[in-house]
Design a protein around this ligand. Structure first.
Ligand SMILES: Cc1cc2nc3c(=O)[nH]c(=O)nc-3n(C[C@H](O)[C@H](O)[C@H](O)COP(=O)(O)OP(=O)(O)OC[C@H]3O[C@@H](n4cnc5c(N)ncnc54)[C@H](O)[C@@H]3O)c2cc1C
Length: 284
């Protein structure tokens, strides 16, 4: 289908983009890589009068070292994030998850910020940014504010970004030396997960000193598996200890029942994937 007609503007700075948002208000929609928005427009689920394209804003692209964190510009394509040496060294969980995200074409066009702003609970990036305690830098007419990952995802396709605001960058605290693994269950290759599990661990010899575990598609937002994290901290990276901790995976989840399986099935799957992800992240 062809989208409804719209007017188009491509500002060259964040300030200009914010001014356009303020001018066109509810009639405007931001476009980043267009990989989620264009299908929405083509299905006429949304028909904005103005499209504000961020692609000419160079300051929104790139990845930099910022001391104890790395900073990923919102308009950085998935393909760049996935292969970036800083991300691989300090936020390996993100590299691993991006490797599972869609196909090469979509990874080339789609952006890190666009995927997170879209807030699809089945998106592959939500769980990793929760696990790594990311901070979201959001610009508005009143200046810039920072939102912690725990407060960013509000509900299905809803984030802390206001209608008159733009996500500019995401700060990821360095997790240098942490083991990481991403387990994704799909029926069709290169698609969103039925369930996926992100796990990253800080090892101390053969012991899992600290673990972060997150899920996609197990509720209306990406989730942290606090029960699992608590149960595995300080335990050996053994099959038995990990199995016991993974038994808590379904705590606090609310997966949708759909054609891929009912909630009970997904609660079983998430336990299995959690066990695999933790063992792999721990290098066992
Ligand atoms: C066939 C297909 C398969 C896919 N498979 C997967 C998959 O397996 N896993 C996965 O995670 N994703 C998947 N995706 C989605 C993909 O990751 C998209 O790239 C991503 O969801 C959106 O990024 P984008 O840059 O294209 O954003 P856009 O589509 O341009 O925008 C998405 C939304 O975010 C808003 N937005 C974008 N940037 C900003 C910003 N800086 N500030 C404020 N709001 C902003 C837009 O207004 C829009 O509402 C798939 C997409 C397709 C088409």
């Amino acid at each position: 289908m062809i989208p409804a007609a719209f007017d188009y503007v491509a500002p060259s700075s964040v300030e200009e983009a914010l001014a356009a948002l303020a001018q066109y208000g509810d009639e405007a929609k931001i476009i980043a890589g267009g990989q989620s928005l264009l299908p929405v427009l083509r299905m006429r689920l949304n028909a904005p009068e103005w499209i504000i394209d961020l692609r000419k804003i160079e300051s929104l692209r790139g990845i930099r070292d910022d001391g104890d964190a790395i900073v990923i510009g919102a308009m950085t394509p998935h393909s760049v994030v996935g292969s970036d040496p800083l991300v691989q060294e300090h936020a390996a969980l993100i590299s691993k998850a991006v490797g599972h995200l869609a196909d090469a074409q979509i990874r080339h066009r789609g952006t890190f910020g666009g995927a997170l702003a879209h807030a699809d609970p089945a998106g592959d990036l939500g769980a990793p940014v929760l696990c790594l305690g990311a901070e979201f830098v959001i610009a508005g007419s009143g200046g810039t504010r920072t939102v912690a990952a725990d407060d960013f995802f509000i509900d299905l396709f809803e984030t802390a970004i206001g209608d008159d605001e733009i996500l500019t960058e995401v700060r990821i605290p360095k997790h240098t030396g942490w083991g990481a693994h991403y387990e994704k269950m799909v029926r069709v290759a290169h698609q969103w997960p039925i369930v996926s599990v992100a796990a990253t661990v800080r090892m101390d010899g053969g012991t899992i000193a600290e673990a972060r575990v997150g899920f996609a598609n197990m509720g209306s937002t990406a989730l942290r598996a606090r029960g699992v994290e608590e149960a595995i901290a300080g335990q050996p990276a053994s099959e038995d200890a990990v199995r016991t901790a993974a038994a808590r995976a379904a705590e606090g989840t609310n997966p949708p029942s759909d054609l891929n399986g009912d909630a009970e099935y997904k609660n079983h799957v998430v336990g299995v994937l959690t066990r695999r992800a933790l063992l792999a992240a721990a290098g066992s």
